[in-house]
Ligand binder design. Structure first.
Ligand SMILES: Cc1cc2nc3c(=O)[nH]c(=O)nc-3n(C[C@H](O)[C@H](O)[C@H](O)COP(=O)(O)O)c2cc1C
Length: 164
């Protein structure tokens, strides 16, 4: 069992050590690719990222990473367009919602998401979408650097995990 869990242990260790998690997740058939689902299945771990006690009244499951200050950034891309909030295909987008649910379950609720659309059209709309996403990333990074530059004196350097 220990051998089987070694990869999951390593992914959980990486997650626990990270202040910022950057997840590159394209949309495959309205959801996350199978590889990313496997990543989630490896890091949602009883006793390591969430607690479980069947005798606990009311709420037998609880997040272990709540108030850890970790941030998640979801960088996504889609072939079609209209999957954002309030748009025509929002109800078919199970990428960001499922990631937010799984990470929220283990206590990571500070989530930023940026997506590129029109990948399959490869026209001006794709270029505009990429430019808008890059601007969003720049604004986010500026905010993050401001936050990190004002952290407590002597606090450890922020660290990063990348998942794809
Ligand atoms: C197997 C597969 C399924 C896809 N499903 C969707 C989809 O449901 N909706 C969509 O808008 N684009 C879909 N696409 C397009 C991709 O989301 C888009 O091209 C993305 O940028 C691909 O990223 P990648 O090159 O990193 O795989 C799909 C692409 C592949 C290969």
């Amino acid at each position: 069992m220990k051998e089987t869990l070694a990869e999951s242990d390593a992914l959980v260790d990486e997650l626990l050590a990270a202040d910022l998690i950057v997840a590159g997740v394209p949309m495959y058939n309205f959801n996350v690719p199978a590889q990313f689902k496997a990543y989630i299945d490896n890091i949602v771990r009883v006793g390591r990222t969430f607690g479980f006690d069947r005798l606990r009244v009311g709420e037998p499951y609880w997040p272990l990473l709540a108030e850890s200050g970790k941030k998640l950034v979801i960088l996504s891309s889609r072939g079609d367009h209209g999957y954002a909030r309030g748009e025509r295909l929002e109800h078919m987008n199970h990428v960001e919602p499922s990631i937010r649910t799984a990470f929220g379950y283990i206590g990571i609720t500070d989530v930023e998401s940026v997506a590129i659309e029109y990948d399959e059209f490869a026209d001006e709309r794709l270029k505009t979408s990429i430019a808008m996403a890059e601007r969003q990333v720049d604004v986010f990074v500026d905010r993050l650097l401001r936050e990190w530059s004002t952290r407590e004196p002597g606090a450890p350097e922020p660290s990063l995990a990348m998942a794809r």
